[in-house]
Design a protein around this ligand. Structure first.
Ligand SMILES: *Cc1c(COP(=O)(O)O)cnc(C)c1O
Length: 411
């Protein structure tokens, strides 16, 4: 008899976005004429940059020739892409990395979910709350999160981020082995200042804590004083692994490519106190369980670092950030309390009159035919908030805002 991994049974049955889809479908069945606009799910909508498309065509043609054909590539990625990453994403910020510290992947979800394989099952885990659900769920699956009570896992330390503390997580009072940070943040759309990030790096260095830093939205930062990488902070090479993704940067949600930085200075301890470097461990893990990202995807990613590619993806990011700006302005003018949206494509809004996240979600769906994401789906501190994304088209975004305005005035 094969025994199931019972930790999977502890997971909440439904994925948040499946719950939302079910409620939206129920609405559509009873209101077949309604035209529902989604400002809910975090997927992009604008087409790929022409430079990216051209690079993929070229790579596909190469693969169709005897000389240009490529089979399995290096598990950690082709050097042409790793060199472009070093030269464009890190050197201009004064960060010197070794090429072997870069691991190209098929997107940040896989690596943010898999990275916890490098640490023992009994480490303590700290997360900001609300949070991208992958960090916790991947720890639940392996049995590290404990049991769930009132929406909280018993072995997870939650650091609430809300309007009252300005969405700045407070350093925990007890030491934590591993902390997940994500900035710019999904779902709150808020950023971390250099000074605040320095506090976390110093905390990690003093407490021998490992930081998993998700920088998936760094390309959306508009304010030059906000760090794009944790390695801009001195000492971070000794305590942090960083995740990047081309999904939001360049519309690669369907192409699949990103990368993870595992510095060679980074170590974790054995029970007897021996220090083990994590870079060779991750390399070993990837060689066993991952066979590389497709050549075509990696050429596509390389193309966003060309002068044309850079300009084209910048234009699309500005397009989304224009949506964010109009959303904040309109929602605030209607009297809603909004956060984020200045350096990230998300707007985090407090629900009016103390209604719950799901209550407001339904009211908005039935009243304005607009879909948002209930904040409580991202963690207990998300209760009483909803998330709007700026990833829609200008037209749909403006139409949704118009409907919200008409609806909220009639409330
Ligand atoms: C979208 C997103 C990612 C990226 O996922 P991919 O697998 O690269 O598409 C990573 N982290 C967060 C917080 C995200 O919202």
């Amino acid at each position: 008899m094969a025994l199931v991994n019972e930790h999977f049974l502890k997971l909440p049955n439904n994925y948040l976005f499946a719950d939302i889809a079910k409620k939206v479908n129920a609405f559509k069945v009873t209101h077949p004429k309604a035209d529902v606009i989604s400002l809910g799910i975090g997927d992009v909508t604008q087409p790929l940059a022409p430079a990216v498309v051209e690079a993929m065509h070229k790579a596909a043609d190469e693969m169709g020739t005897q000389q240009g054909f490529r089979g399995y590539g290096p598990e950690q990625g082709y050097d042409f892409l790793r060199e472009a990453i070093l030269k464009n994403d890190f050197l201009p910020r004064g960060i010197h990395l070794d090429i072997d510290e870069i691991f190209v992947n098929d997107g940040a979800k896989s690596d943010t979910g898999n990275i916890q394989e490098l640490i023992r099952w009994d480490n303590s885990i700290g997360v900001t709350d609300p949070i991208y659900p992958v960090y916790i769920d991947s720890n639940v699956m392996i049995g590290r999160a404990g049991t769930v009570e009132d929406g909280k896992w018993s072995n997870v330390i939650y650091m609430p981020c809300n309007a009252e503390n300005g969405f700045v997580p407070q350093i925990p009072e007890r030491r934590v082995d591993v902390i997940y940070l994500c900035y710019p943040n999904n779902p709150t759309g808020m950023v971390i200042t250099r000074e605040e990030l320095r506090k976390w790096v110093n905390y990690a260095l003093h407490n021998d804590t490992l930081i998993f830093y998700d920088a998936a939205y760094q390309a959306y930062i508009q304010d030059d004083s906000i760090p794009h990488s944790i390695y801009e902070i001195r000492g971070a090479r000794k305590c942090a692994i960083e995740f990047h993704s081309y999904s939001k940067t360049a519309g690669f949600t369907g192409i699949r490519c990103g990368y993870t930085i595992v510095p060679k200075d980074l170590t974790a301890a054995t029970l007897t106190g021996e220090r083990i470097p994590l870079n060779p461990l991750w390399y070993r893990r990837q060689c066993t369980k991952f066979n590389g990202t497709s050549y075509i995807s990696q050429r596509a990613a390389e193309a966003i670092y060309t002068p044309e590619g850079k300009e084209q993806i910048r234009t699309t990011i500005q397009y989304y950030m224009n949506n964010a700006k109009r959303m904040i302005t309109t929602l605030r003018s209607l009297g809603f309390e909004c956060y984020g949206g200045e350096n990230a494509p998300y707007i985090w809004m407090r629900t009016p009159d103390g209604s719950s996240s799901w209550q407001f979600f339904e009211n908005l769906l039935y009243g304005a035919n607009v879909v948002c994401t209930p904040g409580v789906g991202f963690g207990p501190a998300g209760e009483g908030y909803v998330r709007f994304t700026a990833f829609g088209s200008h037209e749909k975004t403006d139409e949704a805002l118009g409907r919200i305005a008409a609806w909220s005035k009639g409330l």
